[in-house]
Ligand binder design. Sequence first.
Ligand code: AMP
Ligand code: MG
Length: 324
Amino acid sequence: MICLGIESTAHTFGIGIVSDKGEILANARDTYKPKLGFGIIPQEAKQHHEMVKEDVLQRALSEAGIRLDEIDLISFSQGPGLPPCLWTGLEFAKKLSKENKKPLIGVNHPIGHIEIGRLTTGARDPVILYVSGGNTQVIAFASGRYRVFGETEDMAIGNALDTFARRVGLPHPGGPEIERLAKRGKYIKLPYVVKGMDLSFSGIITAAEKLFKSGEKLEDICFSLQETCFSMLTEITERAMAHTGKDEVLLAGGVAANKRLTEMLNTMCKDREAKFYSVPMEYSGDNGAMIAWAGILAYKSGQRTKEFKPLSRWRIDEVDIKWM
Ligand code: AMP
Ligand code: MG
C-alpha cells in the first residue's frame, strides 16, 4: 500500500509519499515566510498553500517516480492547526481522492510527528517531547492512547522564541537566531515557571524583553532564555519518564533542531540510563511524509474518518491508537 499525505496545518504545505513497509518515497514541501516583524498571518499562509500546492504535488510524484493512479490511500492533516490552512489541505485531499477514486483519511498532526519519529529513529515506546511553533507537550502511550503528561499553559516554546526574537528585531524564525547568539552569552536570572507537570513561557518572554530594554546584552539574554526554557522542558520530560517507567525519549517538532536542547536531554537520559532519540532534521519540522505514514497506520488499523471538516483544536488524547 502506498499513501500520499498532505500537511497544511500552519506555515508548511507538504506532500509525502510513503509505503506500508515504511519506505519514504518522497517528502516535498514549501514553507510560507512571514514579512520581517510579523508572525504567521493565517490568511496569508493559506494563500501561500493555495499557490504552491500543485507544484509541491508534482515534485512529490516525480521524487517518488510514481503516478497518482498508483497511490492507494490519501491522508491529510485534519488538525490541530490554523483553520484557513487546514481547509486548503482538506479540499486538496478531497479533490485528489475523488478524481482518483482513492480512500481518504484524516490524520491527527501530532501523531504524525510521533510516528515518523518512531519510524526513522527506531524508538519503540518513548516519552515524547513535542516542541514546535504551535505545540509544547510531553506525551506518552498509556492505556490505548497517546496521553499528554505535561504541556504549556500559554504559548508554545517555538512561538515564545519567535515572539522574543521579533520584539528585539531578529528575523523569523527566531529559534535558530537565538541559538546562534546564545553561543556567546552568559547567564542572567529569568523566572523559571514549572507548575506541576505544566509550563508557562509568556512571563519569561516579558521578563527577557525587559532585560533587553534595560540594556542587557542580547547574547546573554538569548543564552539565559535557552538555559531556562530548556531546563523546564527537560525537567518535566524526566518526571514523565519516572512516572511512566519508560526508558526512551523522543524529541520531535521544529525546535528539535536546537543543539543545546538536544544536549540537555541527552545528559538527562545518560544519567537515567535511558535512550535518547531525536527525529532527523528532514522529518522533525512539519512535513507530508509524517502524515502519509500516520495515514497508513490509522487506515490499516481500521480507523476511518467520520466527518471531513477541519478539527482546529483536535487533541492527540482523543484518538484511539490501535497499532501500538
Ligand atoms: P515547526 O512548527 O515544528 O515546523 O517548527 C518551527 C519552530 O521551530 C519555530 O518556532 C522555530 O523558531 C523553531 N526552531 C527551528 N530551529 C530552531 C533552533 N535551532 N532552535 C530553536 N528553535 C528552532
Ligand atoms: Mg508541527
